[in-house]
Design a protein around this ligand. Structure first.
Ligand SMILES: *[C@@H]1O[C@H](CO)[C@@H](O)[C@H](O)[C@H]1NC(C)=O
Ligand SMILES: [Zn+2]
Length: 381
């Protein structure tokens, strides 16, 4: 009788579609690359640190437009790694005030375009409480929107970063699994920085600390977490975005900034070579020329190291799935991308429901929308 009751209960639980299976402790036997990886600081493929390429991911958040593109053109266009392949950077772009012809330009330069939501709205409790349906409107719809207006292939859009790094439990990851988004780069770790946490999948329970709860606890097979391994500032405090570090060198002191960056880099390079992130907003490097020059020097250094590579974030996941030693990695063919033309249209004024006192102008590589695109109407039809 008891047993029957138990089975009946189970059936009820299973029948509720929205209850996800709780992630179990990771079983390394069952969880194998390329589809699955347990969270941990062990180097993929069991490689020695000296045989492991040190990947460096430089990322910029928020809208791209005429205000910030010149910094990107000056700082990263035309860079190559020491193996001759084009260097990468990733742009986590939100919709508002984005010039899609510039997104198209970044894509054609070989950089990675990733998603940072349609609305990027405040307060951050909106993101904390966001449901599956909210996340669908913010990210699944943005994938379609970005591909449409920038006229770039939809399958090149793989990554997301949630505004304010404010996680909402399982919701964003469920949406990613359902709409073909491969990795999230929103979750800082402050506990696993030395040695650093490598990317992993959510098939099993994560050992990552949850800095901005709620973090996912369900089993969501195949979705990758690219952890934001925190920096340590001059006061010994951790920070996940460089422009949120508190105790930093004098903002006019280029040498001190260069040293600050290199000190953080060496924790990875001389350690377990977990991917090193330089996560920043463009305004910070544009406002402080000494920081800009220090970053430029650091990138020059990386581009000259035989075993460090400035890459698109999606390339980190590709390498983790198929972890080859650095010698083999160096001699592999460079990444390629398909040229995407931009049939440029300047559109506006476009009215919008969410912002009554202003009309918008949009630069797009598609036909003009009828109204300003927003949540629930990503193409502005
Ligand atoms: C995520 O899913 C697990 C398993 O169903 C559940 O226990 C947990 O409460 C969910 N997290 C949130 C924030 O809803
Ligand atoms: Zn942002």
């Amino acid at each position: 009788m008891k047993r029957l009751l138990f089975l009946a209960l189970l059936a009820v639980v299973w029948a509720q579609e929205d209850v996800l299976p709780l992630a179990e402790p990771c079983d390394p036997e069952a969880c194998q690359l390329p589809a699955c990886r347990c969270s941990g600081t062990d180097i993929p493929g069991g490689l020695e640190p000296r045989h492991t390429p040190q990947m460096v991911t430089v990322t910029f958040d928020d809208g791209v437009n005429v205000v910030n593109i010149q910094t990107y053109r000056n700082l990263v266009y035309g860079r190559r790694n020491s193996n001759g392949c084009p260097a990468g950077t990733t742009y986590y772009i939100n919709h508002e005030y984005t010039d899609y012809t510039i997104v198209n330009e970044l894509y054609n330069q070989g950089f990675e375009i990733a998603l940072h939501s349609v609305s990027h709205q405040t307060p951050d409790t909106y993101w904390k409480e966001a449901t599956y349906d909210d996340m669908k409107l913010e990210f699944a719809d943005q994938k379609i929107q970005m591909s449409h207006f920038a006229n770039i292939p939809i399958d090149t859009l793989k990554g997301i970063r949630i505004p304010f790094l404010q996680m909402n439990g399982n919701a964003s990851f469920q949406v990613m699994a359902d709409y073909g988004l491969e990795y999230d780069c929103s979750m800082p770790t402050v506990n696993q920085i030395n040695p650093g946490l490598w990317p992993y999948t959510l098939d099993y329970a994560s050992t990552q600390d949850c800095v901005i709860p709620e973090c996912p606890t369900a089993s969501i097979p195949g979705v990758w977490v690219l952890p934001m391994v925190s920096w340590v500032d001059l006061g010994g405090f951790t920070c996940s975005m460089v422009d949120s570090c508190f105790s930093v060198p004098t903002l006019t002191d280029e040498d001190a900034w260069f040293e600050f960056i290199v000190t953080n880099f060496e924790r990875h390079y001389l350690g377990n070579r977990a991917p090193f992130g330089f996560y920043i907003h463009e305004w910070y490097v544009a406002s402080y020329p000494a920081v800009y020059r220090a970053l430029e020097r650091f990138l020059d250094m990386v581009n000259n190291l035989p075993d460090a590579f400035m890459v698109n974030s999606a390339e980190v996941i590709d390498w983790v799935k198929d972890p080859v030693p650095v010698d083999e990695y160096r001699s592999r063919p460079c990444r390629t991308w398909e040229f995407a033309p931009c049939p440029h249209q300047s559109c506006g004024p476009l009215t919008s429901d969410h912002n009554e006192w202003g009309a918008y102008w949009m630069q797009v590589c598609a036909a003009c929308p009828n109204t300003y695109p927003w949540l629930g109407n990503p193409l502005g039809q």
